[in-house]
Design a protein around this ligand. Structure first.
Ligand SMILES: NC(=O)c1ccc[n+]([C@@H]2O[C@H](COP(=O)([O-])OP(=O)(O)OC[C@H]3O[C@@H](n4cnc5c(N)ncnc54)[C@H](OP(=O)(O)O)[C@@H]3O)[C@@H](O)[C@H]2O)c1
Length: 355
């Protein structure tokens, strides 16, 4: 039976890899495609550039929405899919970080499946399938450490966007690549994992694993641990989410263990990369703190990429913004959107001081 896919964020790094997966599987049918500003005419029967993407989703009537938009802009599509009981293949982690409680309530009402596309979360989802929740001791998310792994704070003062964009193991869009260099990406993923797997923060650990071969590990209460391994290639989790539960074939080769694979793990350096610590704090505080963390980080990353803010300034902007808000929980989407807007205003104010 064919499965109608709505691909939003079709022109990005995840979007292009998703198109490859859809093309390779006759049972997947591209029903809709959307972008922020790049033309997508002719890519699918229904297309849209910018604007309210839920209008496109209403018209296209998909079976699965692959949300590959970057940033808070992906939130309406996430909520639409969950509210309408349509499967959501979620790459857009920012929407779940910003609106975790609202998104889970929408899923509760709509009853659709939430299938993570982030490689660590896809791995964790697979590792936990069929297990009793009480049997889980903890979840470990791996981080490559990014291009600046091993550097001290002093050595990060003058790094340029070009250096930060040179990721050692993953090829991705610019925003997530900067987030990987600051470890904000792992911070966002920590909060994402908390909402996806209903685990308290103290049961989620982040470790640095430079080769990105192990994507996640689940430790169980009996002392056993299961790990998910594979080459770092996003086509695997994209394909898994779109063809779930069939696990269709992909062009990615099986792991070659005899070629000298080494598995190193280290604790993250929270001095040099404070955005991971700030994410944990924001997540533990709850309310709209994760939304504020995400908004301030988006403002900081954009300013760094434009050359208006030094690399370490991104964490300063986020920390100052978190300290300036009350973080009260959002009752609805209007409240949440207000918190996001307030955080962006405060982050921009802070930028003026730091620039
Ligand atoms: N890349 C990866 O390997 C990877 C891995 C795990 C998770 N993710 C997550 O997946 C998401 C996408 O990442 P990416 O690396 O693919 O980003 P990207 O290459 O920058 O692509 C972003 C996509 O979002 C679209 N977009 C931006 N603003 C929009 C708006 N307001 N309305 C509609 N569409 C909009 C862009 O359209 P235009 O082309 O018109 O700008 C583009 O298609 C992010 O949340 C990221 O954290 C990515």
């Amino acid at each position: 039976m064919s499965r109608r896919v709505a691909l939003i964020g079709a022109t990005g790094s995840i979007g292009r890899q998703a198109l490859e997966i859809v093309d390779a599987h006759p049972e997947l049918e591209l029903a809709a495609a959307a972008s922020g500003s790049t033309p997508v005419d002719g890519l699918a029967p229904f297309t849209q550039v910018g604007g309210d993407l839920t209008e496109l989703l209403e018209r296209a009537e998909p079976d699965v929405v692959l949300n590959a938009v970057v940033g808070f802009a992906g939130l309406p599509a996430t909520l639409w899919a969950l509210e309408n009981g349509v499967d959501l293949a979620l790459a857009n982690k920012e929407s779940l970080v910003a609106a975790g409680a609202l998104a889970l309530a929408a899923r509760e009402r709509g009853g659709g499946r939430l299938l993570p596309v982030d490689s660590e979360h896809s791995a964790a989802f697979q590792l936990q399938e069929g297990c009793i929740p009480d049997s889980i001791h903890s979840l470990v998310l791996t981080a490559s450490g990014g291009p600046f792994r091993g550097r001290t704070r002093d050595e990060l003062t003058d790094v340029t966007p070009e250096e930060a964009l040179a990721h050692p193991t993953w090829s991705m869009g610019p925003k997530i690549t900067i987030d990987s260099a600051t470890l904000a990406n792992k911070g966002l993923e920590l909060i994402e994992a908390h909402f996806l797997f209903d685990l308290p923060y103290e049961q989620i650990e982040v470790v640095v694993h430079p080769t990105s071969v192990v994507h996640a590990i689940v430790r169980f209460r009996d002392g056993a641990s299961l790990a998910h391994l594979g080459y770092p290639d996003m086509r695997v989790p994209i394909s898994y989410a779109l063809t779930y539960p069939d696990r269709a074939a992909t062009p990615v080769p099986p792991l070659d263990l005899a070629s000298g694979l080494t598995l190193e793990f280290d604790a993250p350096d929270l001095e040099s990369f404070p955005l991971l610590r700030l994410a944990r704090d924001a997540g533990e505080q709850g309310g709209t703190f994760p939304c504020v963390y995400n908004a301030a980080n988006e403002v900081g990353v954009a300013a760094f990429l434009d050359g208006r803010l030094p690399f370490l300034g991104i964490a300063d902007v986020v920390e100052e913004t978190l300290g300036a808000v009350d973080g009260a929980a959002a009752r609805d989407l209007v409240d949440l959107t207000d918190s996001d807007a307030e955080a962006r205003r405060r982050a921009h104010d802070r930028l003026k001081v730091l620039a």
